[in-house]
Design a protein around this ligand. Sequence first.
Ligand SMILES: [Mg+2]
Length: 378
Amino acid sequence: MSDHRPVGTLGGSATPLAESFDVALLDLDGVIYRGADPVPRAAEALQAARDAGMRLAFVTNNALRPPDAVAEKLNGMDVPADVDDVVTSAQAAARMLAERLDEGSRVLVTGGAGLRQAVAERGLVPVDGADDDPAAVVQGYDPELTYARLCEAALAIRAGRLWIASNLDSTVPAERGLLPGAGSFVALLRTATDRAPLVAGKPERALHEESIRRTGAERPLVVGDRLDTDIEGAVRAGTPSLLVLTGVVDAAAAVAAPAGQRPTFLGADLRALLQPAPDVHVEASSAVVEARCGAWCCRAEAGALSWHNDADPDANTDANPDANPDAKTDAKTDADDGLDPLRAACAAAWAAADAGNEVRSVEGDVPESCRGLFADDC
Ligand SMILES: [Mg+2]
C-alpha cells in the first residue's frame, strides 16, 4: 500500500484508491444521490471500484429510513446494495442503548420507523410515553413530530433518563430547500431540559465504529460530501477520507476547511476512487506558503493565492483554453481530473491559515477549478 500522509492533510496514493483501501464507507446524500436523483456517473464508478476489489458500505446519518428502504433506493439507482451493506445512525444509536441498558428495557422513541426498528432489533422495547417507565430516550428525525411527543421526551429527559440522539444534522436537504433536521429538535429539547444527549451519528464515533465492525475493514476510506460530519468524523477516527464535490461542499468551502475537517483526498466525484491520488508538497516560510500538485504550484502570500503551471505558464489563462484539453471533459478516466490547481490551493490555504495568515483573495490568472473561491474574485 502506498504511503499516506497523516489524516487531515492532502496526501497521495500511488495506486488507485479502490486498490489502496479495502472498504469505502460511503455517505449517501450528496455522494451517490441528491434527494431523489442519482449523482451522475456514481453507479458506474462504484461498480468499477468493486471490480477493482473494493468493498462498499453505505453509511448514513439519516435515522428515518430503515436499512432495507435505503438498499432498495440504491438498487433502484443501479447501485447493488444488500441490507447488511447499509449502516444507519439509528443502528448505531440502538447499539449505544443496548450497551448501556438491560435487554428488554423500555426506550421512549422520538423518531421515525428506522429508529423504532433499530431499537427493537437490539432486544429493547420501544414505548411512546414518559409514564411507560422508559429507561432511556432515543431521538432522531421524525417527520410526524408533534408537540405532545416532544413533551413526553422532555419529561423523561428531565426525570434523568439516558438520552441518545441519532445525529445532530441541523437540516435535511429536500426538493424545496433545507428543512429542519434531527439536530434542530435536539436543540429544542436541550433548551427545554438543560441537558445534552449522547450522539451516535457523524462526526461522533459510534456510527463510524459500527461501520468498521460490520465490514471488518482493515484499511477503510471514508467518502463524503460534508466537512462537519463525514470528514470531521474521519479525522477524529484517524481514518483517511475522500471529499467529493457533488454535494454541499464546493471548491470555496474546501479551501476554507478548518483544521479537523480537512480531507486526505479531493475528487470531483466518485470516479476519484478509480485513480491514484497526486502527491501534494508544501513548503512554508514565515510569510509565504508554496504548495505543489502535479505541474501546478499555488502560492499563498499576504492573504492572497496565486498560481503558476511549471509545464505550461499560460495554462490558466482563457487565451489558451487548449492547454489542458482533458481537464474539463466529461466521462474521462485519465489521471488528470483538472483539480490539481485546487489541491495545491487547499494545501497552501490550509498551511497559511494554520500559521495565522488566512487567505481572502486571489491574484493573477485563476485556473478553471479555482474560480469563485472568494466572494469578490469573480
Ligand atoms: Mg452527505
